[in-house]
Design a protein around this ligand. Sequence first.
Ligand code: BES
Ligand code: ZN
Length: 873
Amino acid sequence: MSTAATPVRLGDYRPPDWRVTDVELIFDLDPAETIVEACLRVERDGDAAAPLHLDGEQLELLSLQVDDRPLEADVYRLDARSLTVFDLPPVASIRTRARIRPAANTALQGLYLSGGAANGFLLTQCEAEGFRRITWFPDRPDVLARYTVTLRADRARYPVLLANGNAVAAGEDDGGRHWARFVDPHPKPCYLFALVAGRLERIEKPFVTAEGRQVRIVVHAQADAIAQCRWALDCIETAMRWDEQRFGRCYDLDVFHVVATHDFTMGAMENKGLNIFNSKYLLADVDEATDEDFRHVLAVVGHEYFHNWSGNRVTCRDWFQLSLKEGLTVYREQEFESDVASRTLRRIEDVRTLWRAQFPEDAGPLSHPVRPAQYSAIDNFYTATVYEKGAEIVRMLATALGRDGFRRGLDRYFERHDGRAATIEDFLAALGEANGRDLSPWLAWYEQAGTPELSAEGRHDAASGRYALTLRQHLPQAGPGRPLPIPVALALFDRGGRRLAAQASGPSPLSGDGVIVLDRAEATWTFEVGAAAPVVSLLRGYSAPVRLAQTADPSDLAVLARHEDDGFNRWLAVDTLVRRLFADALQGDTRSAVHDAWLDALAGLLGDASADPALIAEVLTLPDETTLSEGLQRIDPEAVHAARSQLEARLADALEPQLAARYAALETIAAAAVDPASQARRRLRNRCLTLLARAAPRYLELARTQWRQAANLTDRLAALACLLQAQAPDAPEALDAFAQRHADRPLVIDKWFSLQATVAHDDAVERVAALTAHPAFRWENPNKVYALLLTFALRNPRGFHRVDGAGYHLIAESIARVDALTPQVAARLATSLGGWRRYEPVRRAQMRHAIERLRARPHVSADLSDILDRSLA
Ligand code: BES
Ligand code: ZN
């Protein structure tokens, strides 16, 4: 059993003793052995006695010079993790040569080979701490340097050479080799370094920034994928224009490269001027990508591009500040998609993600603040909390400051910290100063873990015509925490659904946007509403990431489901009804009054010709089992599955005629159209089909027809899922046909694996286990592991939590196997066991045992030990 790394603490932060002003890197590229020559110009900045500490791992030292002289053995110390140089003058140049082995690098951190030995290409992934696997360097984000990079490689095998910044020179070498040199004028931390070398095709388009800079946008991919990059190229242009218009941020180099790879542990990476993407977030055409994929490409392309300012021009002082760039950039990405596609839809999806992933994370042993106070393995802190809750905090700040105030604050932040590394305090200070406000109470959101509970109590007094709304907040896990500023967007309606323009008085004013801020444990606002009791709609647009204690009357929720003009809260009203019903169903109560309110609301929405079809599809989609289990004390996944299925069957039965009519009416959607309106119609149509296929076997004929006629992947996959779900006799044949049709398309095969992993049949574990032996499955490829195994663990609760423990066993074995190859992926897979304490006793014991057995193995990576240790703590 391996010991975990000693934790790093935020409180121990010290500025670097040495700065690196300039870096020159020369790569002699070869998959088996690459030689990296690095010359760092270092300057002392602090303690005169402090030696120069450089990080370095898995590097073989070939030579070491200071100011062009070889170094005596007694003035440096080399170990497996670092190189320390003593007695340096205040300014020095350090030259190292190292040998590294890209083809043997299965961790996919540092320099590695994508696509196999024969036709592969070389690329890098450095965030968070991969640069130390390329050369010795102070691998910390507060050391910003200017980079000049020269790449040398065999011309036939590596015709395309790319690195950050602008290409400045190129030429031929002997023996069929060539070289190219790049200068990045913007100082950057080493985690943003990247290079790519290989046989890649490209497509490009020109772009002129609002500042008049002529930019080439270039997307690169291997020959079999380049035809699917058009959508991404268009999305990049859309993102560049949007950031100029919405936030005044322009691109700042002459070229912007984006590269696709099938071998990537994460989604995508924002390296300066050279973004690298997991192919699943870059490639999209209608035959091989679903509508959801198209949306993801738009969002992820936007996300990585927006980092050019929120992350790259202004970076993080240390990794504790990760949410400074990630939370802010997720928020920017959400706003981007909201502006160019659908705001309501994006909001529903984000809130679903928050509930499914972040709330459970924050309720279990892996809970941590958005800015953690310590970490052992930083790779494991790219979490739903840092990302999603971090984005929610930025959203709340934007809500509290208003659109213009937030923009002013962000301008101040970028201007003040441009070219430097910043902290979350810096961010709050810039936003606050630009608005004449003290935002320091907001730091509590970054420092306190756990999901706050908000409760609301309304009292109407007919005689005075006043409505008193009392809001209370409570943070369950944390002890005596500081109160959080909670913006509550609200609206009042009469029972006919008309909006009331009520005056309010209370401890904070009601803003023009209808927002009050609860900044203490409890407070009451009074509204002048008249003699009739109002219907109140709280947390419009989900204005704060809290758990709202749901006490609203079902008939009030029905009014909101029908009349609320905030699309999100219209959906929320229905979702609230469903959760009540689910709670009743778990207790065996299946015929409550809530039931009728729910079905009436759904029927009303289905019949509302003016309602967005995508919104209707969403209200017809019940929360998933993970979300429904959230908040339960002793989860029994069988019972959760049964109760949810029962509700879904009820829905399908009750609405069958309307669903069938809607399905038929939506027949003529152009198969190749991916505009938001076409996507919305397709979403509703496929949702109707899915429900109908559950309502009665005869509707499987509709699915079969759709399966035969489908002219895009969205429709084909939806039909296939219906057949599989229903265990139709022809389902196996359809599965085979699908696999054959897309045999040489890895991303489509990933969907085929995922679909089978999610089906909740009795033999799900055996099926998934058998699929790991399928020729298309590869343990070295993170996409395959995620598509089959992570999907099974997260999206098939009934299978994963099978009471005999077979699901845990399969995932534990898989974690062990992957840990020997790609520790970051193993650690991510292991988070699926983290919630063990919340299950009923039999499963709880099995899960715990699985974690303990994994922990006791002889070789456990640092990333995996960190997750296992925290899970057990
Ligand atoms: N900077 C991250 C990529 C990253 C994550 C590198 C973890 C190293 C470790 C990138 O900007 C990012 O956030 N990517 C997301 C996708 C995004 C759309 C949320 C990812 O990779 O999941
Ligand atoms: Zn990011």
